[in-house]
Ligand binder design. Structure first.
Ligand SMILES: [Zn+2]
Length: 286
């Protein structure tokens, strides 16, 4: 069998890390990323994985009920948009791309600010919702954007990079799509962050980044002026309890959550997470 190389930095010093959900996870000794090797990625059918039940499930993989939490998602996206616009204070922001836009709530929030926004979404159920219900421009794959170049002022990758099969290739494509002085905004789990509590969940998550290896790969792909900070996210109290139950493997007790969900359905908390929000810019050498 071919010796595996790092799916991120192409480094050759790669070791076995662990098995999870019957998937093999490797660790790169050079950049420290944990990732699924090619033969494991080949097993994953993204279209099946992100079917309707991904967005409404009692399983560990996916969302308890994505659409029910629409208001919360929108408020979190509004906060992220505000941060990006603040970063771009002296630059105009008219045309944006949301890669992995799900049902299109971030795109819709951008549209409310008179920003033209296009989305990419592999999940058919989420994409059709964005297109039909919200009347947004959403494509299935990045290739569907054709030969667009230097088009977008800002590109969003919100909770997406950890799901990708080929993150480096996507970063390179996004750089080309972005205008000179464009801003890339990424949120993802930071495995070397202040709160390193997270679960390995292949096939949903394929790459487990840290701020340091994410910065390194973005620089290598041609981005510059990179900065990041801890992301504060608004969660429903029920969702927090739901995640804690799964973290401690208490899924047999999940029945008792129903009354909690009923009582606290509207209650939310803004908490610091193990995720970071990272900004990177594009500067053409002119
Ligand atoms: Zn590596």
């Amino acid at each position: 069998m071919k010796k595996p190389i790092c799916g991120l930095c192409s480094g050759k010093r790669v070791s076995f890390y662990k098995y999870e959900n019957a998937y093999k996870i490797l660790k790169c000794e050079s950049c420290n990323v944990k990732f699924l090797p090619q033969e494991e990625l080949n097993k994953i059918n993204l279209k099946t994985l992100y079917s309707k039940k991904y967005f409404k499930t009692k399983n560990k993989i996916g969302y308890e009920n994505y659409l029910n939490a629409e208001k919360i998602h929108r408020r979190n996206f509004q906060r992220i948009i505000k941060k990006v616009l603040k970063k771009r204070l002296n630059k105009t922001t008219k045309v944006c791309l949301d890669f992995g836009c799900a049902h299109g709530f971030l795109l819709d929030e951008l549209r409310k600010k008179n920003i033209t926004a296009t989305g990419i979404e592999i999940s058919k159920t989420a994409r059709l919702y964005a297109k039909k219900k919200l009347k947004l421009e959403v494509y299935e794959k990045i290739q569907d954007l054709g030969n667009r170049r230097n088009v977008y002022d800002a590109i969003f990758l919100i909770g997406v990079v950890e799901h990708l099969k080929l993150p480096k290739e996507i970063f390179t494509r996004l750089l080309k799509l972005m205008k000179h002085e464009g801003t890339l905004c990424i949120t993802t789990l930071d495995c070397e962050g202040v709160f390193p509590f997270f679960s390995y969940k292949p096939p949903e998550h394929t790459f487990y980044f840290s701020h340091s290896n994410l910065i390194k790969i973005l620089l290598r792909c041609g981005f510059s002026k990179i900065s990041y900070k801890t992301l504060w996210v608004e969660y429903s109290v029920f969702d927090i309890v739901f995640r804690i139950f799964h973290y401690f493997n208490l899924k047999n007790h999940i029945k008792i959550l129903a009354p909690i969900q009923k009582a606290f359905s509207e209650l939310t908390l803004k908490i610091p997470t193990n995720e970071i929000i990272l900004f990177a810019e594009k500067y053409d050498h002119r």
